[in-house]
Design a protein. Structure first.
Length: 160
């Protein structure tokens, strides 16, 4: 679908598995906008921390659906960045197919995504992580990296 007045801007529908990623990204963008409006600074208040710096107190303030939206956006962003970094390392940064939803779907099928578990799995783990009050100042991003590392260790084949 062309935008009026500018034929260069087109709406392109992703095919196959890309539709799920596009939906996740759209949901994450909507959730981010919702959360920014919900948690934005009012007059006289400090502005909210950057999304990468939000920690346990923020996590605890979210409703379950907001937590799922946060994690969906986190996982989509991590997968997109992993595809971009892989394409760049392979000298294909300018190849749109190398950084597309298709590339992410291929990595997912090959179990190559760094963050490969579903949002509800991470949500339960993050809840457990922040149950310990001394973890409250740890940014969610750092908690996710720690949690993911531990879950991947459990998935790795054990050596005899």
């Amino acid at each position: 679908m062309e935008h009026p007045g500018n034929p260069a801007h087109r709406h392109v529908r992703p095919r196959g598995g890309g539709a799920r990623l596009a939906l996740a990204l759209a949901a994450a963008a909507g959730a981010s906008a919702f959360l920014a409006g919900r948690l934005g600074a009012r007059q006289g208040e400090q502005p909210a921390a950057h999304a990468a710096q939000r920690a346990g107190e923020y996590w605890g303030s979210l409703a379950p659906r907001e937590r799922q939206a946060y994690l969906t956006g986190f996982l989509a962003g991590a997968a997109a960045e992993q595809a971009r970094a892989g394409a760049e390392a392979a000298g294909r940064a300018g190849d749109s197919a190398a950084v597309s939803s298709g590339a992410i779907a291929a990595m997912r099928a090959a179990r190559q995504l760094h963050f490969r578990f579903a949002p509800p799995v991470y949500s339960a783990q993050v809840d457990d992580f922040y149950w310990w009050k001394n973890h409250a100042p740890v940014p969610i991003v750092d908690a996710m990296i720690h949690i993911n590392r531990e879950m991947l260790k459990q998935q790795a084949p054990s050596s005899p």
